[in-house]
Design a protein around this ligand. Structure first.
Ligand code: CTP
Ligand code: MG
Length: 230
């Protein structure tokens, strides 16, 4: 089926967590970045791991990832997530056929979800996890609601997102990197390619705020026991 590489963007500043580089914060017994990479280290369909870290911490990131045998490169990320992913993609081994992109800030990723995304990429060329939006959604501006929206066909998109490597490379080459796209699905769709939706998991949330961090700390021991201890 060809080699599979996962690019892990981990070059953010953690602004919404108070300027804390959350990817280096300890979750359980290791840094968050390591815990997230571990899911891919343990997955038998994933061959290579590339990390994009803040430019001034690549050596530090490399050091703390020393237990990850599939790590091939730690590259300097950019000012936007899109730039970080582009740098990671450029460092993926040449013979990668499928490239997954997964946020460092999403440690609760189950092996089955990774398997399902890869399977959908094989079938459709591009795929991402997404969950139905549960809340009522509505437009607002200037402190007042301005319009109704239907949540019927609305999904919250997660990672991993997976692509045939050639398709993702084409998307990065042909789309103007204005940083506006918040994920790779937007880039690939802008190029006119269909992206398949794979059912996500509520547990696969992104650690964004301090509150998320506390939730993650509470959930991690049971998740790690269930997924990583036999
Ligand atoms: N990321 C990245 N390069 C950037 C910005 C973000 O690699 N220039 C990564 C983050 O490290 C994270 C993922 O993209 O793993 C999702 O981003 P987010 O949750 O927004 O993290 P931060 O950008 O660090 O947080 P904030 O937006 O609050 O500053
Ligand atoms: Mg961000």
């Amino acid at each position: 089926m060809g080699r599979v590489c996962v690019v892990i963007p981990a070059a953010g500043e953690g602004t919404r967590m108070g300027g804390l580089p959350k990817q280096f914060n300890t979750l359980g017994d290791s840094p968050l970045l390591y815990q997230t990479a571990w899911a891919f280290e343990c997955h038998n369909r994933v061959d290579d791991i590339v990390v994009a870290a803040p430019a001034d911490t690549t050596a530090h990131a490399r050091h703390l990832m020393s237990g990850i045998s599939k790590l091939v490169r730690v590259v300097a990320g950019g000012a936007t997530r899109q730039e970080s992913v582009a740098a990671g993609l450029a460092a993926a081994p040449r013979d990668s056929v499928i490239v997954l992109v997964h946020d460092a800030a999403r440690p609760f990723i189950e092996a089955a979800a990774i398997t399902e995304v890869i399977a959908a990429v094989v079938l459709h060329g591009a795929a991402a996890l997404a969950v139905p939006v549960a809340d009522t959604v509505r437009y607002a501006e200037g402190g007042f609601f301005t319009g109704e929206a239907s949540r019927r066909n609305l999904f919250a998109v997660q990672t991993p997102q997976g692509f045939r490597r050639s398709l993702l490379a084409e998307a990065f080459e042909s789309c103007v990197p204005d940083g506006a796209a918040t994920d790779e699905v937007a880039l690939v769709r802008a190029c006119g390619h269909a992206v398949a939706r794979v059912p996500g998991r509520a547990g696969n949330f992104k650690i964004t705020t301090g509150e998320d961090w506390h939730r993650a700390e509470r959930r991690w021991p049971a998740f790690a026991r269930r997924n990583y201890e036999s």
